[in-house]
Structures are given as C-alpha cells and as structure tokens.
Write a protein that binds this ligand. Structure first.
Ligand code: SF4
Ligand code: SF4
Length: 311
C-alpha cells in the first residue's frame, strides 16, 4: 500500500495538487462519508493553492477579474476535476473503487441560505438527498488544516488560500495525522476586513450579507459602482457603506440591483471583495511568520486603498 500511496501522491502532484492527506474513514464525523460509499476505508483530501498573484489586483485596486477567474473558476472547473479524475483512475487501475467528490456550489441542504460564489437564484435548496460532504469538517478530519474563526480552513503552507476536493476509496491506506489547531489566534482581522460586516466577532457568517458584499455592495471598495447606484433606495447610504443589516429578502432586493461587474464564464459571481476576510488572515499569518511558504516580499506592501463613499 505504501507504493500505491506514493504513486497516487506523485500523480496528484503532477496534476497540480499541493497538499494531499489520507484519513481513515472511521475518523470522519460527517455521516455522508459512509452514506456516499458504504465500503469506504480512506478519505483523501487534495488541496490546491490559490496563487498569491490572483489576489494582487484587488490588493492594488488595479484588476478585479483575476481573483475569480484564476483562484476560483479555473481551479474548480479545470485543475481540480482533472487531478481528481487522474487520481481516481490510478486507484481503479490498482483494483480499488474511487469516488470523486467536488463541491456542488449550486446545491444546499438548508432552505433559506445562499452561496456568495454563485447567483442566489440558481441554487437548489433543501437537497438532503444529494448527500454532499461537509467540505470544511471533512478537511479538518482529513488533517488538511484547522478551522479558523472565519470558518476558513487554515493551512501551514498557504493559510486560508486553498480550494480542495476529496476521493473516497475502499483502499486501506495508512493515515496521516490530524492537525492540532495552532494557527488561528482569534485576532479578528478577518472580521474587521469584511466590507459588509458579514462576519460577526464570534465568527458567525451571515451568508446573505456576504453575498451582497462579495460582489461589491460597498462603494468604498468597489471602483465599478456607478454614482447613481441604489439611487431610489431609502437605505442607499447604509447599503453602500456596508453598515446595513440585511435579511434574506432584503439581500435579494439589493442583489437584484447589482450589475456592476460581469459574471465569469461558468456563472461564478465576479468577486469584488476577493474574499477580503481570507486575504486579511493571510496577511496576519504572514506577518506573524507562521506560514511555511515564504516570499521575497510581504503581500501587503502599502496602505490599503479605500474610496470615499461618494467618490
Ligand atoms: S484572521 Fe485571525 S481570527 Fe481570523 S481566521 Fe485568521 S487567524 Fe483566525
Ligand atoms: S470579506 Fe467578502 S467573502 Fe469574506 S465575509 Fe465579507 S463579503 Fe464574504
């Protein structure tokens, strides 16, 4: 089995994977692991870095498209599926079953929730029968990283800047250790960085609020918002300053008025915040010197830009 683990790791790395962790299925809390594949013995988590350069444009206020195209869409639609299929093929050639698992961004178990990365109107809600894995919990159980205050999975190498997939297999691999949480120090930088105050101090995420500010609801962080945006809305100022508190129904009304930036080819919402919560976390972890992947210069090179609300 050691040779197969080595071969699989090599194959996944050749196809762009950065972090690969093997966990015995018995240590996973998510009941969907067994539901999806009753004979599962190992869950393999495979993570891919989001290039640091994908965040450079939003950091500088110079180009915004690149975060969503290269750090979300291309990973999710090109790189990750290919690596997933190659890894599963290798396991099948060795005589084992391999069930590929990538996030279905359009499916939610909850009835009144949303996913900021896609159009809220496209989401299928209440899909219990879909049995999608809890990606964050399974990442922790696989030993990929720890859950930070923001809910993001933090890794020693890339901080929160990763995306990931899983392979469920009946191959009984030797497992990797789980991670003892050591990165998140509850600094609150993720909470403070959100342009829409979607994260509360205890890390609770209002996903509808996030959906609005992920795509640029805050004028001070969105150079594409025209001066007459929300002109007829009595709450205009509190919306474009990120101070409003949105119910799901109100968030839908606001989202219907945001057309400042085109969506991506696969219908991903074009992110204007560029996951500012994760960027702030990355900057914090880099400043603390705890990330193992080093760069010649720090990510944050100058004061953060901000427009005035009426710029
Ligand atoms: S920014 Fe600070 S509090 Fe937030 S997840 Fe990162 S380390 Fe934890
Ligand atoms: S920074 Fe962006 S992604 Fe993070 S919680 Fe706020 S709106 Fe959502």
């Amino acid at each position: 089995m050691n040779q197969l683990k080595e071969n699989l790791t090599d194959e996944l790395r050749k196809n762009g994977a950065d972090l690969i962790r093997f966990g015995s299925a018995t240590r996973f809390c998510d009941p969907n692991v067994q539901r999806l594949m009753p004979e599962v013995k190992t869950v393999i988590a495979i993570a891919f870095r989001q290039l640091r350069g994908s965040r450079r444009g939003i950091e500088e206020g110079s180009t915004f498209y690149q975060y969503t195209t290269t750090a979300v869409e291309t990973l999710e639609e090109v790189i990750m599926p290919l690596a997933l299929l190659r890894g599963c093929e290798l396991l099948e050639k060795a005589g084992y079953e391999a069930l590929p698992q990538r996030r279905n961004l359009l499916v939610m178990r909850e009835q009144n929730e949303t996913n900021p990365e896609v159009d809220y109107a496209e989401i299928y809600r209440g899909m219990e029968a879909e049995h999608q894995l809890d990606f964050e919990q399974c990442a922790v159980d696989a030993g990929l990283g720890e859950r930070g205050l923001s809910g993001s999975i933090l890794t020693d190498e890339f901080g929160p800047c990763i995306r990931w997939v899983f392979i469920l297999t009946d191959a009984p691999f030797k497992e990797d250790p789980m991670i003892k949480p050591h990165l998140c120090d509850r600094c609150g930088a993720c909470v403070r960085a959100c342009p829409g105050h979607a994260l509360s101090k205890d890390g609770t995420l209002n996903r509808w609020q996030c959906a609005v500010y992920y795509i640029g609801g805050n004028r001070s962080k969105n150079p594409f918002m025209p001066p007459d945006a929300f002109a007829d809305d009595p709450e205009r100022l509190s919306i474009i300053s990120g101070e409003t508190k949105l119910t799901p129904e109100r968030a839908k009304e606001v989202l219907n008025e945001i057309h400042f930036y085109p969506p991506m080819k696969h219908a991903y919402q074009g992110s204007i915040c560029g996951r500012a919560c994760d960027t702030a976390c990355y900057i914090h972890l880099e400043e603390k010197g705890v990330l193992t992947r080093k760069f010649a210069t720090p990510f944050r090179k100058r004061l953060e830009w901000r427009l005035t609300i009426e710029d």
